[in-house]
Write a protein that binds this ligand. Structure first.
Ligand code: ADP
Ligand code: MG
Length: 228
């Protein structure tokens, strides 16, 4: 690619996704054009039901069924087989969801170590990285707590550390603080932004919260299936 978006970490062109349910088709994404540059933090704003999660699932390579182009680091995803998509997810992306999805039987530090071991890191390196990330998020005293021994805000901080563990080029976050009370959400969100900026990752962050969106580098709005 030698166009203006050739260096984009993520680019979609004409992305479409419809769902057919009970004989009725809903066109959720009607041609989404989006480019996220290296290190850029983009808010994906839209009311509930506007298709934010659908868009994140498509660009997170979790689901097929879409039309149009998705490029990750310039590579057309449609040209990848299932192993290639798994590799792209593992090597280039980090994910944060509204609910932490931590492994319940593992400690905080193990939850951050595991994705690094899967990625090919050796254990001492992975543990050092996990400890550094968790300590930076104020969890130095919670390393060996299991998820059910942590508060909601602490659980989301571990999820943030896990998402950043492999130094992804792109973080995809779907309402990452949507399950927290407002005061905790503000603090965790500020920490999330500081960490992502410090790591130099790009991020696409779905939210319906205008105030959180305003803290990011750029805001795109999903309205009637396209970005305004
Ligand atoms: P948001 O994340 O912005 O709240 P979603 O992407 O979850 O929105 O949903 C957008 C629309 O797509 C909603 O109307 C929802 O009902 C519909 N939708 C999402 N996933 C499915 C599915 N698997 N099957 C049918 N409809 C779906
Ligand atoms: Mg959603």
């Amino acid at each position: 690619m030698n166009d203006a978006n050739g260096s984009a970490v993520l680019q979609t062109v004409g992305l479409k996704r419809s769902f057919t349910q009970g004989g009725q088709t809903i066109d959720v994404l009607r041609g989404v054009d989006l480019a996220v540059g290296p290190g850029e933090i983009v808010a994906l704003l839209g009311p509930s039901g506007s298709g934010k999660s659908t868009l994140l699932q498509a660009v997170g390579l979790l689901e097929g069924g879409f039309e149009g182009s998705i490029r990750v680091d310039g590579v057309e995803v449609a040209k990848l087989d299932s192993a290639g998509r798994t590799e792209t997810r593992r090597d280039r992306m980090g994910f944060i969801y509204q609910f932490h999805h931590l492994l319940p039987d593992f400690t905080a530090i193990e939850n951050v170590v595991l994705p690094q071991l899967i990625h090919g890191a050796d254990r001492p390196t992975a543990e050092a990285r996990a400890e550094e990330l968790l300590t930076g998020l104020g969890l130095g005293g919670r390393l060996t707590h299991r998820p059910n021994q942590l508060s909601g805000g602490e659980q989301q901080r571990v999820a943030v550390a896990r998402a950043l563990a492999n130094r992804p080029a792109l973080v995809l976050a779907d309402e990452p603080t949507g399950n927290l009370d407002e005061a905790t959400a503000d603090i965790v969100f500020a920490e999330f932004l500081r960490l992502v900026r410090g790591e130099g990752s790009a991020a696409l962050v779905a939210t319906h919260n205008e105030r959180l969106a305003a803290r990011m580098d750029r805001v795109v709005r999903l309205h009637e299936g396209v970005l305004e």
